[in-house]
Each structure stands twice: as C-alpha cells, then as structure tokens.
Ligand binder design. Structure first.
Ligand SMILES: Nc1nc2c(ncn2[C@@H]2O[C@H](COP(=O)(O)OP(=O)(O)O)[C@@H](O)[C@H]2O)c(=O)[nH]1
Ligand SMILES: [Mg+2]
Length: 297
C-alpha cells in the first residue's frame, strides 16, 4: 500500500512475471486491486497491489471500499496475510496532505496488532543523495511513523535491484506468521460496515475536516472579495466626489468671470452713455451760441 507513484506496482512487477502498467504521468495507473504470484525461498507468494488514497478518478471512499472489501473477502475465505508493505518515496521533501492521509488510513487499516508484520519501505533511493534520504528517513521514524514503529513495524529501503525487493518480502515470508488486519476483523468478525471501521471513520473525519477547511477558505475568499469591492466602491465614490467639487469650482470661477465681464461691460456702457450725453450737450451748447459749425472734441 501507499500513495500513487510510490512504486507499488513497480515492486510487484520486479518480484513477479506480472507486467502491470506503471504510472509515468501524473495520473494513477492502478485503479483496481491486482494480484501476482512469485516464488520466494521456495515458497509461493501472492502479491497484492493496491491503488493509493489519492486516485485521479476514484474517491478515497471508493478506494477504501475496494481495499477493505478485498481484504474482508479473502479473510472470510480463510486466506491470511503474511505481511504488509507500505511504500513511500524518499524523494518527497515533505510529507504533504496526500502522503499523510495515506499513512493515517494505512495505520488504521492495519491496526496495532498487525504492526509487527508491517514493513515501512522507502523507494527511489537512486534519486536523492544518501545523506538527504537518511535525514528524511530519520524524520519519518521520529515523527510520522513513530507510532507504527513503536507497535512493531520496521523500516527498510527498497533499492533498485530485484534482490533488494526479494529480501524485504523474504523477511516477512520467513516469519511464517499469519496476520489479521484490523479492518478484516472489524468487517468479518464484528460485522461493521466499511465506513464504520476505524479506517472508514478516520477517512470520514478527514473528509469532514477537509470540507470544513474548504468552507472556511471559501468564506475567507468571499469576505476578501467583499472587502475589495467595498474599498473599490469607496475609492470610486471619493474620485467622483473630487471630480464633482472640481467641476463646481470651475463653474463658480466661470460664473464669477462672467459677472465681472458683465459689470465691466455695464460700466463701459455707462461711461459711453455719459460721454455721449456730454458730447450732445456740447453740440447743443455750440449750436445755440454760435449758430455756426460745431467742433466736437
Ligand atoms: N527511480 C525510481 N523510480 C521508480 C521506483 N519505483 C517506481 N519508480 C517509478 O515511479 C513511477 C510510478 O511507479 P508505480 O509503480 O506506477 O507507482 P504506484 O502508483 O505506487 O504503483 C514509475 O514511473 C516508476 O518507473 C524506484 O525505486 N526508483
Ligand atoms: Mg500502481
């Protein structure tokens, strides 16, 4: 088990003659449970390959149903697991949401009593400098895998060789110790539905938390958009008010200008009328005194 792209199918192909499709792009290739046989230490081994809880097409609930139903059916039919491998890419420089979710559901699917048959495998060692991988390995052991290791799980590096993969599976086969996973006894012995198992409840809680996180995120985005809209409205209103005041001031200046021009015109008219009256009076006066030609000055 493990997230998409961790190398689960590659490992199964390496150990068996199976030629299952591996992922080269971003989409997951394994969408169903697939099994392959191989021989290790003279023993026939059935390898079970599962999709991760981050499939591109199937929901986490679908994947859980798929895995839990398969495990329950084989348990009901009397088959017992020998061991469980969890694969994690050592190239991941952080344990992101998808990785974390896969680890948590895996832990719940197995249950504490199965942990002694769990091997936590790290893959893709050829892709990172050894000391970087070793540091990440220590962090996984001290943090994310601490609980599983405390309950008996072990850690192993899967190197590129077939020998490395064989050694890991061989260490489980040689235990000759059948193991029952929590999810198997919960469904078959206790009659629980898949969603009522510890893994199912965990997944539901995870989904509920994701839903609440998403809702909070949407609400934050809505409030931010509202705030920006109000700010923009205030900015535009202030701009319009400024334009209105400038326009009014301009109109007032123009009115004042017109008033001054009108006053000047009136004054000029008055002056001209007075001048005309003076001239007329002079003409009249000359005509009366001289009855001769009049000179206007
Ligand atoms: N370098 C390197 N690449 C790997 C290793 N394991 C898997 N891959 C590559 O990782 C990609 C995903 O592998 P796949 O087996 O489909 O992952 P799954 O989704 O866990 O089944 C493929 O391109 C593989 O060739 C490994 O140990 N080293
Ligand atoms: Mg696969």
């Amino acid at each position: 088990m493990g997230p998409t792209g961790a190398g689960k199918t590659t490992l199964v192909n390496k150990l068996s003659n199976a030629n299952f499709k591996v992922g080269y792009g971003l989409e997951s290739e394994t969408q169903h449970i697939q099994t392959a046989q191989c021989h290790i230490n003279g023993q026939q081994v059935l390898l079970i390959d599962t999709p991760g809880f981050d499939d591109t097409d199937k929901s986490d609930t679908d994947i859980l149903n798929l895995i839990a139903t398969h495990l329950a059916n084989s348990y009901r039919a009397g088959c017992r697991l020998t061991g469980i491998l969890y694969l994690h890419r050592i190239t991941d420089n952080r344990v992101g949401g998808v990785s974390y979710k896969n680890m948590k559901i895996f832990e719940k699917l197995c249950g504490d009593s199965a942990m002694a048959s769990v091997i936590l495998c790290t893959t893709m060692w050829g892709q990172v400098p050894e000391h970087v991988g070793a540091q990440r390995e220590r962090e996984l052991a001290a943090n994310f895998w601490r609980n599983m290791i405390a309950k008996g799980a072990t850690m192993r590096r899967v190197l590129d060789s077939q020998e490395s993969a064989t050694q890991i599976v061989s260490s489980l086969v040689s235990l000759r110790r059948p193991v029952t996973l929590a999810v198997q006894s919960e469904i078959v012995d206790q009659g629980k539905s898949v969603l009522d198992t510890a893994a199912g409840r965990d997944l539901n809680r995870e989904k509920e938390e994701a839903r609440l996180r998403m809702e909070a995120e949407i609400e934050r985005a809505r409030q931010e958009a509202q705030r920006q809209m109000e700010e923009e409205q205030r900015r535009i209103q202030a701009q319009l008010e400024q334009q209105r005041l400038a326009h009014e001031a301009q109109l007032a200046r123009e009115a004042e200008q017109r008033r001054i021009e009108e006053a000047n015109r009136q004054a000029e008219m008055t002056r001209l009328q007075q001048h005309l009256a003076t001239v007329q009076a002079q003409v009249h006066h000359h005509r009366r005194r001289n009855r001769g030609p009049c000179v206007v000055q």
